[in-house]
Design a protein around this ligand. Sequence first.
Ligand code: HEC
Length: 114
Amino acid sequence: MALAVLAAAAPPLNSGAANDAKLEAYGRHLARECTSCHRVDGIDTGIPSIVGWPPDMFVTTMKFYREGSRTNPVMVSVASSLTDEQLKALAAFFATVPKPAPKAAPPTQIKTRK
Ligand code: HEC
């Protein structure tokens, strides 16, 4: 599990690591507009977690708000204020933020009959 996550996060060869770093830094800056609502630790307290998403899924979802197929007024307004480049930067940054560890499963109750 941990290995799979690491492998998925490793940049492919020749990905232009310097550009990626710039984009992420820009996204980190822009993310301040988001983290008053969306928690950076990825814990959902009524507002969904947006960390650790594949970047293309992130961008597509933001475009749903911008283009009206998702209608949440707050997010429509947030998404409409962002350019494609800014969406890419936010996607790149939030993709690097680790998801929270899954909640520990409740201990199995082993009932022994007496
Ligand atoms: C004022 C609070 C607020 C702010 C600020 C905000 N969001 Fe949201 N966001 C929400 C709420 C509430 C939802 C759930 C909306 C819905 O049900 O469609 C949401 C949903 C989302 C979703 C879809 C989540 C899912 O699981 O489908 C994404 C992606 C997202 N926001 C990204 C962002 C980004 C990026 C920013 C900053 C640029 C941002 N949000 C700023 C409140 C906020």
